[in-house]
Design a protein around this ligand. Structure first.
Ligand SMILES: [Ca+2]
Length: 390
């Protein structure tokens, strides 16, 4: 027995015991030296060019690329966060990844692997330049696969909250008009919270009979389901490690619904517009109400946005806001955009805004108000949109 053959027996035996994968297995006709030579070449990938930091304008995507060599096949898994912090990958099987549109600085890294091992890249930072993001996107659910877009709303401009006494379709609860100046900037959901977003955060979908699908607004949710202890907002903030998400206040909601306009609707209307369910052609491109809607909700964003880029502020589903119900604006409503909910214990009802597919056109005016018990989940009309503090 030669030295070569004496060595070859235990080597192969050890390889067999350890069940070394394909790169170490002896192929037909291979001697031990061939195997050993090939084994010495079985190394983890080497990253030749690290993904570079990138600067983008707010709202743009970024493309990151890594160059790696090593025994093939090479596999790529891109992650958001700091290098080594592996949650669910945001991209696989490519040395490049294109991010979603970003509104804030975000870090990415990539893990490159082959049958012999793996290598982790540095952390590449995508920096967002320019003004504060006009839109931001957060990602919800397992794998961060469900986006939720919020639009920046700048405060500081006084507006008249409520309806003038002579407003067509108006209601005493919307009076007297009073000046409010939102004292802060904030973000507001571009669309109503969808069933996909609710499902991603809560793990179930309560909406069943009035339009079902990932892009339909979630409905049949009570104020307590949303803003109560352990509700959607609690869970969302917990998942994202923040306390910034909340319901909009009633004043924030109306400010955003008016979007700088002072008319009955934020779009031109004839003086004799039908305030119930009749023909109202001027509203057709802008909202779902009982004049063109039903029997159910519609996928969000199906009509034109208002001047600030917000969809379905009028119609589709009613939107819960933070405030306790007050019969009208007499008394001492806040004038800085904060919620009128100083006595939550006495808060027998919460406010809803914007009307629905089921209701009259008059209910879809930015001034219109409605109320429900906080635990009322409704019948196909109670939804909401998120706000986020800066
Ligand atoms: Ca709505």
């Amino acid at each position: 027995m030669t030295l070569q053959s004496a060595c070859s027996i235990p080597t192969i035996a050890v390889l067999g015991l350890l069940a070394v994968p394909v790169p170490g297995a002896a192929g037909a006709g291979e001697g031990a030296q061939d195997v050993r030579r090939r084994l010495t070449q079985c190394r983890a990938p080497v990253i030749v060019t690290q993904p570079a930091d990138v600067t983008i304008q707010s709202g743009e995507p970024a493309t990151l690329t890594v160059v790696a060599t090593g025994l093939e096949p090479l596999a790529f898994q891109w992650y958001r966060g700091e290098s080594g912090d592996a949650s669910a990958p945001v991209g696989t099987d490519s040395p490049s990844v294109t991010t979603p549109a970003l509104g804030a600085a975000t870090s990415y890294w990539v893990r490159v692997s082959n049958p012999c091992g793996e290598a982790s890249s540095r952390t590449a930072v995508v920096t967002v330049s320019g003004l504060p993001a006009q839109e931001i996107t957060v990602y919800l659910g397992p794998g961060d696969t469900v986006p939720l877009v919020l639009v920046r709303i700048s405060g500081g401009t006084p507006f008249l909250m409520g309806a003038p006494a002579a407003e067509r379709g108006g209601n005493a609860s919307e009076m007297p008009q009073h000046q409010v100046t939102i004292a802060h900037d904030f973000y507001l959901g571009k669309v109503e919270v969808t069933q996909a977003q609710w499902q991603a955060v809560m793990g179930w979908n309560p909406s069943r009979y009035y339009g079902v699908g990932p892009d339909y607004p979630v409905y049949d949710v009570s104020w307590s389901n949303i803003a109560g202890a352990g509700g959607f907002i609690d869970r969302l903030n917990q998942a994202l490690g923040t306390t910034a998400f909340r319901l909009p206040t009633e004043a924030e909601w109306e400010y955003a619904a008016r979007a700088g306009t002072t008319t009955t609707f934020p779009f031109p209307t004839p003086a004799d517009w039908d305030s119930e369910c009749g023909s109202f052609p001027a509203a057709e491109p802008h909202m779902w109400w009982c004049g063109n809607g039903g029997p159910g909700t519609y996928p969000v964003g199906g009509k034109l946005p208002n001047p600030w880029g917000l969809f379905d502020m009028s119609g589709n589903v009613w939107e819960w806001v933070q405030d306790c119900w007050h019969e009208d604006y007499t008394g001492d409503p806040p004038t800085d955009g904060s919620a009128w909910d100083a006595s939550p214990a006495a808060c027998w009802a919460r406010v809803m805004r914007g009307g629905s597919w089921q209701g009259d056109a008059s209910r879809c005016r930015p001034a219109a108000r409605h109320k429900y018990y906080p635990d009322t989940w409704g019948h196909g009309i109670n939804g909401f949109r998120l706000a986020k503090s800066e």
